[in-house]
Design a protein around this ligand. Structure first.
Ligand SMILES: Nc1ncnc2c1ncn2[C@@H]1O[C@H](COP(=O)(O)OP(=O)(O)OP(=O)(O)O)[C@@H](O)[C@H]1O
Length: 230
């Protein structure tokens, strides 16, 4: 697995985030810095409650930090209003979660077509891209199956294809194989690496699986609110 990183697709600098819990203030992120290049896969590890999901939400433009700067695909995000932020999130960032969150009434391909149509794509082009992406994740023969007709690993493959539907620059994943048995997790992980490499997306993947983490390009650990080991 050799990456040939070029420009950074994601840059976080001095990210701070606190939560008020009753009388106490919890300083979860205390100045977290991270850069990810195109085609690079970075593992985010750390104990439960360390702030990994909080960081992913901020990096994915789902939440705003209390301080610090975020640059996605070369665009500074901290000064953006809600509308442009949402537009940038939809076009530049893909998400994969531990549970697939596919729409149960829609087929595999429709789950991949829908985000493209929301982003303004024409239906034939979206269908073609959906077919290509599902073939890439090994599901060319499962296009018209609904999520309930697919195995857990196949559902997660559709979720990965959906995350890449709008050709994002950044892929954010929170325990993407956490709900799968060992051999299925291995297969899905290998496929994820493959599509990250071939699409040149930069990936930030939170995981408790240290074996998988060690096979990514870099491991960063959330410790006392900052990222270490870059
Ligand atoms: N909206 C919120 N309001 C109050 N506290 C919060 C909120 N979101 C997160 N926290 C707290 O911030 C800390 C970090 O939570 P976070 O979910 O980011 O950790 P994590 O590293 O992802 O944990 P896990 O590995 O268990 O998923 C926790 O103590 C959590 O209770």
């Amino acid at each position: 697995m050799t990456a040939a990183p070029t420009a950074d697709v994601l840059r976080l600098e001095g990210i701070r985030r606190s939560f008020q819990q009753g009388e106490t203030r919890l300083d979860v992120l205390r100045g977290a810095d991270l850069s990810i290049a195109a085609g690079e896969i970075v593992a985010l590890v750390g104990p439960s409650g360390a702030g990994k999901s909080t960081l992913l939400h901020i990096a994915g433009l789902l939440e705003r930090p209390d301080g610090g700067t975020i640059t996605v695909a070369g665009q500074r995000c901290d000064g953006l209003g809600d509308g442009p932020r949402t537009a940038l999130r939809r076009s530049a960032i893909g998400f994969v979660y531990q549970f697939h969150h596919l729409l149960p009434e829609f087929s595999a391909i429709e789950n991949v077509v829908l985000p493209q149509m929301i982003a303004g794509a024409a239906r034939p082009a979206a269908r073609q891209r959906g077919r290509d992406l599902l073939a890439r994740v090994g599901l060319a023969a499962r296009l018209d199956h609904r999520p309930a007709q697919l195995s857990g690993g196949e559902q997660q493959r559709v979720a990965i294809a959906r995350a890449l539907a709008n050709a994002p620059k950044v892929l954010i994943a929170d325990e993407p194989t956490g709900n799968l048995d060992h051999s299925t997790a291995e297969a899905v992980f290998e496929m994820l690496v493959e599509v990250v490499r071939s699409t040149r997306v930069g990936a930030l993947i939170a995981t408790h699986n240290l074996d998988l983490a060690s096979r990514m390009d870099r491991v960063v650990e959330m410790r006392d609110g900052v990222l270490v080991g870059q």
